[in-house]
Design a protein around this ligand. Structure first.
Ligand SMILES: C[S@@+](CC[C@H](N)C(=O)[O-])C[C@H]1O[C@@H](n2cnc3c(N)ncnc32)[C@H](O)[C@@H]1O
Length: 214
């Protein structure tokens, strides 16, 4: 199974999220999803791509009549989404090679999926998201992030003092986005960036293409 693929978690994913909202990983999970949709500022008729759509917790929150597309590397997670009867089109696909043509979408959104990619894959994925985005479009990512290495070290210190070996392992195994590295990279690609911290680990990064607006 490909790294990051959630086939094994699909059956109980939604229940597990709801049960662990009090712990670091799921802290304010639904608040992050709501903020991703809010920052996307969707308008009727737009086309939206959700990468790592999972069980559809993000599209469940969309109240605007948009053409919503979801891709994922887990067939089982998408099967769960299909069972919810949401208005969206699902297909197999990944961040690193998005299976759509240039300038296909007004918005690219993603929640809690990007941390499965290493730094080089992230860089490639930004170029892919940029490729499928229309001029004036937006990329909005909600996920685990650090402001910089100093903030990461502070968190390790907190987890050590709390005896949370599991969280230190999590920090070492997954690739949380480093804002001090990725924000300048996105700015060089032509985006104006805003970001906001919504829990101990989770942030929302909103990237607006500088040329024109949709
Ligand atoms: C933690 S779940 C989050 C799902 C959903 N976006 C949410 O917020 O509840 C991460 C999802 O990303 C998918 N995923 C992991 N790596 C991926 C990649 N490289 N490209 C696309 N999807 C990926 C997993 O299969 C899984 O469904």
């Amino acid at each position: 199974m490909r790294h990051g693929c959630h086939d094994a978690q699909a059956e109980h994913y939604d229940e597990r999220v709801a049960r662990h909202l009090g712990d670091y990983i799921r802290e304010n999970y639904f608040g992050v999803l709501d903020r991703v949709i809010g920052c996307a500022e969707l308008a009727p008729g737009q086309s939206v791509l959700d990468i790592g759509v999972g069980t559809g917790l993000l599209p469940e929150r969309v109240k605007v009549d948009v053409a919503y597309y979801g891709i994922d590397i887990s067939g089982s997670m998408m099967k769960k989404t299909r069972s919810k009867g949401l208005q969206l089109r699902l297909s197999y696909g990944c961040f690193q090679a998005i299976p759509f043509r240039e300038a296909s979408f007004d918005r690219v959104v993603s929640s809690f999926a990007f941390h499965h990619l290493g730094p080089e894959e992230k860089e490639r994925s930004y170029r892919e998201m940029d490729r499928v985005l229309r001029p004036g479009g937006r990329i909005v990512i909600g996920d685990f992030m650090f402001q910089d290495e100093k903030q990461r070290e502070d968190l390790v210190g907190t987890f050590e003092s709390e005896g949370r070996k599991d969280m230190i392992e999590e920090l070492n195994e997954e690739s949380f986005l480093d804002l001090s590295h990725d924000v300048p990279l996105l700015e060089r690609l032509g985006y104006a960036i805003e970001y906001e911290r919504l829990s101990t680990l989770s942030w929302v990064l909103a990237c607006r293409r500088r040329s024109g607006s949709v």
